[in-house]
Write a protein that binds this ligand. Structure first.
Ligand SMILES: [Fe+2]
Ligand SMILES: [Fe+2]
Length: 236
């Protein structure tokens, strides 16, 4: 189990809030991945595919713990998710009969790919050794998650009928907007958008793990373009 390296962290209100958000995001990945696991079981997937996904769930728990510890040391983890932000770890845990290709698209192709791009960009810019170590640890895992997710998508999506593929393309467009609001700060109500942008800008200024809001949004947009391109050949 990776532990937070020793080293002092400054107290920083924006950074503690930013890392609290990172915690909610990683925490939400746990039920999302678990939904993939349950859908895989319902649909008769092989055990090694199940194993790959259960170890992703384990990683996401570790990422949530590391993020929460960072938030704690930066001045205190915030437990309450502000009204209007779409992190929904509990909602994602609701029993579901949604098929595996939908969960695989949402969690695998979209969330994991955007997450990897952002963490890679943050890691490249972050100097603080403790924060950098957490980003490096997360980055290593997310690269595996992205590979596992796309392997599953590449096996599943081309086998779907034409109507299901059309529905999934529409769903993909909704997912992209949702990720712009959660991983990025685009499309939020104005007051929330201002406070969320400020959070990232101030954390970036202090070198504590975020890029500026503008830079993060650009990374999200670029990742979504790549996903779109990659999905075209699987869903046409
Ligand atoms: Fe993660
Ligand atoms: Fe992940």
């Amino acid at each position: 189990m990776f532990e937070l390296p020793a080293g002092s962290l400054p107290r920083n209100d924006a950074a503690r809030r930013f890392w609290s958000e990172r915690t909610w995001s990683e925490f939400a990945a746990v039920p999302a991945v678990s939904q993939v696991v349950l859908a895989l079981v319902r649909e008769g997937a092989p055990l090694d595919t199940l194993g790959a996904y259960t170890s992703i769930a384990d990683d996401e728990v570790r990422h949530a713990l590391l993020s929460r510890e960072l938030a704690q040391k930066l001045g205190g983890y915030v437990d309450e998710i502000p009204e209007g932000l779409a992190y929904a770890p509990r909602g994602l845990a609701t029993p579901s009969d949604v098929p595996v290709h939908v969960w695989a698209l949402a969690n695998g192709c979209f969330s994991e790919t955007v997450s990897l791009s952002l963490i890679r960009a943050r890691h490249a810019e972050t100097k603080h050794p403790v924060v950098r170590a957490v980003l490096a640890e997360t980055l290593k895992d997310e690269a595996v998650h992205v590979r596992v997710a796309w392997e599953l998508a590449e096996g599943l999506l081309p086998t779907l009928d034409a109507d299901t593929k059309t529905d999934l393309r529409g769903y993909g467009a909704d997912l992209a907007e949702m990720l712009r609001r959660t991983f990025g700060t685009q499309g939020l109500p104005p007051a929330l958008s201002r406070s969320e942008r400020k959070l990232r800008d101030r954390t970036a200024e202090a070198g504590l793990g975020a890029l500026t809001a503008q830079a993060e949004n650009a990374v999200v947009d670029r990742a979504l373009e790549d996903i779109d391109e990659r999905l075209k050949s699987l869903l046409d």
